[in-house]
Design a protein around this ligand. Structure first.
Ligand SMILES: [Zn+2]
Length: 220
């Protein structure tokens, strides 16, 4: 998908490749099949296996890649000698000329059998709103429809739709209307949790309200 000269491609689940004029940014590496090794930045929303997978990171990095992740990902990323930037919610960092704002990412109504949120707010998981060639892109992480979204400003919103651990298609559609991006892209399906059915349902719910692009994986 091309938006104002930025090419946004989907690999799997929450892993996207964003190609700007001078930089390539990947999000949440998972299940990558091919070797790319062209990442300038890899931004990671939280430490769950389906967002931070060592084997996938190896297929994206080179010596110059900078890894950006929440503080509690430190140990998992120790094996990589690359430069790293560790973040908490509500910070602004400039990494390799890319402005990156971190935002909260957490559950409000998805709990395990012990009544504990799958993604508790206190854990400090993040979403990111980053600016590349004047285009703002929001990658939500594993979140529910949270009140903070009211203040988010972005051109593109990459939103989870699978339900269970994250927003359902209906909740994701409500969050998309709240954020009001130029384009919303469903994610977090097709790799074990959720299928394209949820992505299409999300699109249908926003018909005539918001532009939605359902992407096809480039990593085959
Ligand atoms: Zn998660």
């Amino acid at each position: 998908m091309i938006f104002q000269k930025i090419n946004i491609e989907w690999l799997h689940h929450a892993c996207f490749r964003v190609n700007g004029k001078n930089s390539i940014i990947y999000t949440d590496p998972y299940k990558i099949k091919n070797n790319y090794n062209d990442a300038d930045l890899i931004i990671i929303t939280h430490d769950h296996y389906d967002h931070l997978e060592s084997e996938s990171i190896k297929k994206l990095i080179n010596d110059k890649t900078v890894l950006v992740a929440p503080k509690d990902c430190q140990i998992l990323l120790n094996e990589f000698k690359n430069d790293k930037v560790f973040v908490s919610p509500n910070e602004i960092k400039i990494v390799k000329d890319i402005t990156i704002k971190t935002v909260p990412s957490y559950n409000v109504n998805k709990f395990n059998e012990k009544g504990i949120a799958f993604h508790p707010k206190e854990k400090g998981n993040v979403g990111y709103i980053f600016i590349i060639d004047n285009v703002r892109i929001y990658i939500a992480g594993d979140t529910d429809n949270i009140p903070e979204m009211e203040s988010f400003k972005t051109d593109i919103a990459l939103l989870p739709v699978s339900g269970i651990y994250v927003m359902t298609p209906k909740e994701a559609a409500e969050s998309a209307l709240k954020i009001n991006p130029k384009i919303a892209v469903p994610m977090h399906y097709g790799s074990g949790i959720g299928t394209e059915k949820e992505a299409q349902e999300f699109k249908k719910l926003l018909l005539n309200k918001l532009e939605v692009e359902v992407l096809t994986s480039i990593d085959k």
